[in-house]
Design a protein around this ligand. Structure first.
Ligand code: N01
Length: 480
């Protein structure tokens, strides 16, 4: 069986390692950039770190005893990913600088067209394109007229120097909240433009002492116990809370966020501005103990007036004031529903995935769509992207995909696709359950909403995700 994997980020690496472990040798990983690591290669903004505990953010096949911090900096995760790819023997399978432009099913397999102009034929394709990488710029008039430097948080220029500059940050999500505290010592001033306040869960990031790292190296059992403990805490805590399965947990998270605000922001007017009017967990929870102290520093400012326009020298707010800046940072997030575009994907009988998913992306168990045989998605529709550690999600989906691959057989591979009726029933069940989640009931807007206004995440528990993707049930698929 010849397999194409698209993307050499976390999920592409995990797919490659799983393919090798299962004895597949004839697979190619196509990566449009020049390095592995996906998100952790792209996001190099000051302060970038993972807010999932380090010891939980690892591949099951590559435990790491020597994380430097309890919440790892982005660069350390990137080098971990590079190391894993090298150690596991993926180098000879990865083609860098090759973007996939088109996938077309020809009745038996997939014709894959690359940016290099070539075509290849594969029996199966695994999409490992990630979810949060199509950056979103705000639709603000005059954006192109700004004469200073401006860039999206995920496109931070390597040579950007903020020394002594007046910097604007548009946005108040997880990214902006990491950037602000990290740049204040360097810049002349930084202003955060906040359209909607966020609940901020306190979290102090501490270095991991050398003795602890040595103990994890000496006794791998301690490391796996810690992994199990952290996983249990996340999955039973926040992840269960947001889908309506742990009211007590949600209350505790809310109280911690409220305490964080009350104890760390003394000025009542500022506190009022920073207080959300929706339920905690509705937007993806922001975690930071550095943000509130940072926003109160002398050279920081919180601007809550709406943005009217961007002008050559700065940002004009709706109250008529012009705020002058040297640099504008767009920490305005990503479009999770366009992860596969502009790639063209043509399935069976000329079906165009763009059209099939024009309103809502739907899949069976988040990994396969009817009409697209032997095309498997990691991080596909309704993946739990905000709930669990993405690495765990990806590995669970890969395990299930390996089960589907086994069904088609290696020697003269057949075809597999999900039944349309089963996929529809599955998505109806999602629609019913999603209504009970905090993303829908919490009274906020967020990137969880797809263009049709539906929330597209995983509405159930981690246990359900694991159970649903443990092993394919052949009766849900058409095999030929
Ligand atoms: O993006 P976001 P992000 N005018 O979409 C604002 C993951 N992540 O890059 O709330 C003014 O959360 C927008 O305002 P509003 C994590 O899953 C993880 O911060 O829509 N403001 C919001 O404040 C996260 O959830 C880590 O009113 C405008 C902000 O821009 C996801 O990535 C670290 C605007 C966008 O926030 C995305 O986070 C970082 C406008 N026209 C990120 N348009 C980890 O630690 C948008 N905004 C693992």
């Amino acid at each position: 069986m010849r397999i194409a994997v698209i993307g050499a980020g976390a999920s592409g690496i995990a797919a490659g390692v799983n393919l090798l472990n299962a004895g597949y040798r004839d697979f190619e990983i196509f990566e449009k950039a020049e390095d592995v690591g996906g998100t952790w290669r792209d996001n190099v903004y000051p302060g970038v770190a993972c807010d999932v505990p380090s010891h939980l953010y690892r591949f099951s096949f590559a435990p790491k005893a020597d994380w430097t911090m309890e919440y790892a900096p982005g660069a350390e995760i990137h080098s971990y990913m590079s190391q894993v790819a090298a150690d596991k023997g993926l180098a000879s399978h990865i083609h860098f600088g090759v973007e996939i432009l088109r996938l077309e099913f020809d009745g038996a397999g997939w014709i894959v067209t690359t940016s290099r102009g070539g075509e290849g034929r594969f029996d199966a394709v695994i999409s490992a394109m990630g979810v949060l990488h199509k950056e979103v710029y705000p639709d603000i008039p005059g954006r192109d007229t700004f004469v200073g430097q401006s860039f999206h948080s995920s496109k931070w220029p390597v040579k950007a120097s903020l020394d002594g500059k007046r910097v604007a940050i548009i946005g108040t999500g997880s990214t902006a909240v990491q950037i602000l505290p990290a740049i204040l010592d360097q810049v002349k001033s930084a202003a955060m433009f906040m359209r909607t306040p966020q609940w901020v869960f306190p979290l102090v990031n501490k270095p991991i002492p050398e003795e602890k790292k040595a103990a994890f190296t000496r006794e791998p059992k301690r490391l796996s116990n810690l992994y199990a403990f952290l996983g249990e805490r996340l999955n039973r805590g926040l992840a269960a809370s947001v889908v309506g399965l742990n009211e007590e947990g949600l209350r505790e998270i809310r109280e911690a966020c409220e305490r964080n605000l009350q104890e760390n922001v003394a000025d009542l007017e500022l506190r009022e501005k920073l207080t959300p009017d929706y339920q905690v967990g509705c937007k993806r929870l922001v975690v930071s103990s550095a943000f509130y102290p940072a926003i109160q520093r002398e050279n920081a400012e919180l601007i809550t007036d709406g943005i009217a326009a961007i002008e050559p020298t700065g940002i004009r707010t709706e109250d008529g004031r012009l705020h002058a800046f040297d640099v504008i940072v767009y920490a305005t997030g990503f479009d999770p529903f366009n992860f596969h575009r502009p790639m063209k994907i043509i399935g069976r009988d000329g079906l165009d995935l763009d059209e099939v998913w024009s309103e809502s992306a739907q899949a069976l168990r988040s990994v396969m769509a009817p009409g697209f045989p032997n095309l498997f998605f990691i991080g596909g529709p309704n993946s739990p992207i905000g709930n669990f550690s993405f690495l765990l999600t990806a590995e669970t989906q890969i395990g299930y995909i390996m089960g589907l691959l086994a069904e088609i057989g290696r020697e003269s591979p057949g075809k597999i696709e999900p039944r349309a009726d089963v996929t529809e029933a599955y998505n109806r069940a999602i629609e019913v359950s999603i209504k009970n989640t905090i993303w829908v009931t919490g009274g906020c807007n967020s990137w969880y909403f797809d263009p049709s206004g539906k929330v597209a995440s995983w509405p159930w528990s981690y246990e359900r995700f694991e159970a649903d993707l443990r092993k394919p049930d052949k009766s849900e698929y058409i095999l030929s």
